[in-house]
Design a protein around this ligand. Structure first.
Ligand code: UDP
Ligand code: MG
Length: 192
């Protein structure tokens, strides 16, 4: 299986590139952010709890997202692999993901990290907020808090995957096509 962690701060382009990668490599896209937003729209209990955290730019608790991912992986048997977009976000989540995949006799192939400077991220997110309707993209303080939470809780995952020799940095500024090319080169490199 080809199991990719597409990593990067909010606004790095994970969603955009995921769409292209899943088409090219026949993967299943698992975005915990999208799953949580679907729960919010469906008005579930989980959605209600998640909304209050998301609107502040805080993280939903580990056990909640781990449970969601476990269910989705189990529901997609016999696939080529997965793109994990926006997950894992903490070290406990990464460890839990390794365990879930191990039970299916597979594991993470690589982490591809889209690197974009912070001022560019803020511009992109506020721009997206104008069209996405996402409350967490419209408020500058929330955007800044998400980047802070990313730097504190999520960025250490780089070292987690580096230690497993699975980390690759990708320059995330440029055209969507050029960045897609860089991602494909990195994937084809580890596949070969
Ligand atoms: N979120 C979370 N855990 C996840 C995914 C999302 O707590 O695994 C919450 C968090 O508050 C985050 C928001 O949902 O800021 C939006 O997530 P998404 O992945 O869409 O944001 P992105 O980082 O892509 O802008
Ligand atoms: Mg996203």
């Amino acid at each position: 299986m080809l199991n990719i962690v597409l990593f990067g701060p909010p606004g790095a382009g994970k969603g955009t590139q995921s769409t292209r990668l899943l088409e090219k490599y026949g993967l299943v896209h698992l975005s915990t952010g999208d799953i949580l937003r679907a729960e919010i729209n469906a008005g579930t209990v989980l959605g209600l709890t998640a909304k209050s955290l998301i609107d502040k730019g805080e993280l939903v608790p580990d056990e909640v997202v781990i449970g969601m991912i476990d269910n989705k992986i189990s529901a997609s048997a016999n696939k080529n692999g997965f793109i994990f977009d926006g997950f894992p976000r903490t070290t406990p989540q990464a460890k839990a993901l390794d365990e879930v995949l191990q039970k299916k006799n597979t594991g993470i192939t690589c982490m591809l990290a889209l690197e974009v400077p912070e001022p560019e991220l803020i511009v992109r997110l506020l721009e997206r907020g104008k069209v996405s309707g996402r409350a967490d993209d419209q408020d500058e303080n929330t955007v800044i808090n998400r980047i802070k939470v990313y730097n504190e809780s999520t960025l250490p995952l780089k070292d987690f995957y580096k230690a497993q020799e699975k980390f690759a940095a990708i320059h995330g500024v440029g055209t969507v096509d050029a960045i897609f090319e860089s991602l494909c080169e990195a994937i084809d490199g580890v596949k070969a």
